[in-house]
Design a protein around this ligand. Structure first.
Ligand SMILES: *[C@@H]1O[C@H](CO)[C@@H](O)[C@H](O)[C@H]1NC(C)=O
Ligand SMILES: *[C@@H]1O[C@H](CO)[C@@H](O)[C@H](O)[C@H]1NC(C)=O
Length: 217
């Protein structure tokens, strides 16, 4: 049992690592849900309490297709020892940068990724108070992994504190809500998740939780 779980997580980590070329070489700490077709992924992020001391930390919620070829992600970018929160599509395909908002420790950010009409074209937005940036990527790609990630490039230390997601709402096509569990899959991270609940209506599963806290493994 233990062995099977470990193997499947290793396969998953390998899949993610090999997936997005622009992110090769990074250390990933992730939690994720999988479903056949995500329709939206929204929530808030509390900017970690400290500035990074250096290096390249990318913190994000994101969506990936089953082959993990690309990732749609509002990224809390900690390069140059400060935070910035912006919209991106990275991998194959890569999209033009989608704008962003300023961020300082403890700010309450908002993100929104929405599958327009269910056709796999994606609206993405980042907000901080009354700052707001959004774009649309018309890629026709269905997303099957909803990921919460701390991605650290070589030489980067997780010294900025915990990453907390709040008020998360994830919707997916269909009626099978079993993926929406407090036993969210993790790789290389400590997690605490609270308030997980799901509902099904009109062939849409809605999964909500109150908080997900990621801390160093
Ligand atoms: C996310 O964006 C979609 C598309 O603009 C909008 O309909 C929806 O209300 C937004 N959701 C949240 C939680 O802001
Ligand atoms: C989420 O973040 C947005 C943008 O900063 C803010 O306006 C909103 O109040 C936050 N929502 C919650 C429930 O914390």
């Amino acid at each position: 049992m233990q062995f099977a779980v470990a193997v499947s997580l290793a396969v998953l980590a390998t899949t993610l690592l090999s997936a997005a070329p622009a992110q090769a070489g990074a250390t990933w700490s992730i939690a994720l849900y999988r479903a056949n077709k995500f329709l939206s992924f929204t929530g808030n992020i509390t900017v970690p309490p400290n500035l990074p001391s250096g290096g390249t930390p990318y913190l994000w919620p994101g969506l990936e297709p089953g082959n993990a070829a690309t990732v749609l992600q509002p990224v809390l970018d900690g390069r140059n020892k400060h935070w910035y929160f912006g919209n991106a599509l990275v991998g194959n395909p890569t999209g033009p940068y989608g704008g962003g908002v300023n961020a300082v420790p403890n700010d309450n950010l908002a993100f929104n990724m929405t599958n327009i009409g269910g056709a796999g074209n994606w609206y993405i937005s980042s907000a901080n108070g009354n700052q707001f940036a959004s774009t649309t990527y018309n890629i026709g790609i269905q997303m099957q992994a909803a990921i919460f990630a701390v991605e650290l490039y070589p030489g980067t230390v997780w010294d900025f504190g915990n990453l907390v997601f709040r008020n998360v709402v994830i919707t997916a096509d269909g009626t099978d809500s079993r993926w929406c569990t407090s036993n969210i899959q993790t790789v290389n991270v400590k997690k605490t998740i609270t308030g997980v609940r799901s509902s099904v209506a009109n062939n849409v599963v809605t999964c909500r939780f109150d908080t997900l806290t990621l801390s160093p493994p």
